[in-house]
Design a binder for this molecule. Structure first.
Ligand code: DAK
Length: 260
């Protein structure tokens, strides 16, 4: 499939997906959401992709939210279909079974902040600004922001961001746990590619199991979550990669994981 609004580059085990609408600060319109869904579905099924990076084109924005031109024209029926497609995309990213890194190179607002929160990690440039400004448009988050934000930063700070609509800088986002790392803007993609290459070298079945254990377990009572972890551990313990990892340690060499 060819894409108009995203660029996809596959280098080694890492797929870099760049949202490319810089004239509107990479705002997400329906076509972009559909293109992202196609790219992510293909990445999920491609064993040669072991880690995905999502970023925005240009120096100013990761994603400045949903496309307000489309939002302004939205009908109740269209809005509901839009919500389902957008939420499905973010669920797909969160549960892809491979690490997805948001390289936040500038504004991550509204749907852009929600997209970043669905990713496995967030690495922000020191120039990034994050926020949920939907309240200032008379709406509320529709891509999971009212749910993922409090899970990341706690209820009090989430309510403050959601109800004021204020933007926060990268340092503050790091302090409250909204982003994992902050790096100089000029180093962002180098640092993210290094992190992605490291993640791409890990055992894929163990990576998938850890992502599932953390995501599923967060919604379960502890006893059930621990049972889930034990079941996943059993699965991981049956892999060739487990034998390779333990053998490599004992032989004092680097493991070569195959995903089997
Ligand atoms: N949509 C469309 N165009 C946008 C845009 C957006 N979100 N953000 C910026 N642009 C456009 C601007 O209109 C401008 O276009 P021209 O005037 O050049 O034609 C161009 O990008 C450059 O922007 P500015 O001139 O405004 O640049 P500044 O540096 O002055 O300001 C800014 C940058 C990021 C502070 C500002 O552009 C801004 O406040 N942008 C809007 C941020 C925002 O409110 N985002 C939307 C949040 S609402 C749903 C699910 C999810 C959502 C909705 C529904 N369903 C379930 C149905 C999500 C909603 C949102 O994300």
């Amino acid at each position: 499939m060819t894409f108009d609004n995203i660029q996809v580059e596959h280098d080694g085990g890492v797929l870099v997906v760049t949202i490319n609408r810089p004239k509107v600060l990479n705002a997400l319109n329906s076509q972009t959401v559909d293109e992202l869904r196609h790219a992510m579905t293909a990445a999920a099924g491609d064993d040669t992709v072991r880690c995905i990076v999502v970023t925005g084109a240009g120096e100013k924005a990761f994603v400045a939210g949903a496309d307000i031109n489309e939002l302004a024209e939205q009908t109740p029926v269209g809005g509901s279909a839009h919500a389902q497609r957008g939420q499905a995309l973010l669920d797909l990213i969160e549960r892809l079974g491979k690490p997805v890194i948001a390289a936040i190179n500038g504004y991550a607002l509204g749907g852009g902040c929600e997209l970043a929160m669905a990713c496995t990690f967030r690495v922000a440039s020191d120039a990034a600004k994050l926020g949920q400004p939907e309240i200032n448009l008379g709406i509320m988050p529709g891509y999971g922001g009212s749910q993922r934000l409090p899970r990341l930063v706690g209820k009090g700070l989430a309510l403050e961001m959601l109800l004021t609509g204020n933007r926060i800088g990268a340092a503050e986002a790091h302090r409250i746990g909204l982003v994992n790392r902050v790096v100089a803007a000029s180093d962002l993609m180098t640092e993210v590619r290094a992190l992605a290459a490291d993640l791409a070298s890990k055992a894929p079945i163990a990576v998938r199991a850890i992502i599932a254990a953390v995501n599923d377990g967060a919604e379960m009572p502890l006893a059930q979550a621990l049972n889930h972890e034990a079941a996943l551990f059993g699965l991981v313990a049956s892999t060739e990669d487990m034998r390779e990892g333990t053998r490599a340690f004992l032989e004092k060499r680097k493991p070569a994981f195959k995903g089997a």
